[in-house]
Design a binder for this molecule. Sequence first.
Ligand SMILES: [Zn+2]
Length: 365
Amino acid sequence: MSKKKFSAGLAVFLAIVCLIVGCGIGLVGGFTADALTYKSDEAPHMHVEGALQVHFVELGNKYTGDCTYIKAGDTDILIDAGSRVDSVTAISEYINQYVTDGKLEYVIVTHAHQDHYAGFTKRSGSIFDLYECGTVIDFALTNQKDTSTMYQNYKAELADEVAAGATHYTARECIEQNKNVFDLGSGVTMTILDSYYYYHESSTENDYSVCTLFTSGDDNYLFTGDLEAAGEAKLVEMNPGLPEVTLYKAGHHGSKTSSSDALLSVIKPEIVCVCCCCGSPEYTKTDANQFPTQQFVDRIAPYTDKVYVTTLCIDYDAGKFEPMNGTIVVVTGAAGVTVTCSNSDKVLKEWDWFKQHRTCPAAWK
Ligand SMILES: [Zn+2]
């Protein structure tokens, strides 16, 4: 790897800090899933321990978008880097607490919408520039044209990363080359699921989303990007034995067009995390269809009330937002599965926003 991604001095300093913090936690909590939770005024400094950690990272602006950082033992994985180019600052400040060697072993770019891939598109200063990326897995198809500056930049940044030594597969190549199951160590497996829209064109970019399943013992964690209902039905069909899941990242930010019954009746999620700016008119002025939508709530409710949301919109036009749960961390460790949030641990139905804007489903009463 020829790129100098990270100051060695800084890496050593962070390693020492982590060692000290880690020892502290070890003394107090015995290195289980204990979490030190800091509230929003101190965010994003939150340190958790556990064999498998899934962090839904707040993105530092008013826009809905996805960035999921996963730590499996010493293996670091990033799924998406939305929502805007400037989110790279918030993302890197957060994940640098954990990525102490400047290396992301796996990077998954689900689809070519800016709320998912903007952070990979900055010429000089993208995630690809800041970190040494081992294996990059991205979408097989896109409707983006080469005239799109953001898409051009993505391709150039990816090419640079490959030139620097990264391995690149599209999700379709992973399937076709039988390289879709990755042993991450610490008993954790990452599987790139098969999906109809790796092979067939769609009018909706969302359908091209790379879908990934992580497994740790009996616990499964599903990430479908922004895949919509038709794609979800195919996902179930094409991946026989899709398991019930401990954690599901709400498809398409809790849109009414995703998290269909066809998928939910198979995966029966226990914990659901929604990456969005809750109640924002960014995509629609219709209240019930703003993320997380009423239809999403109604379909999820029979399975679980453990629904968490990253960010709350205060005033979209004025650019005002604040953490709702904040950065949400789902940790699987010796103590089982725990959810720790940077701002609040309240579930969706307990928020005033929910009481004012959503009809409470019977299952949540
Ligand atoms: Zn999206």
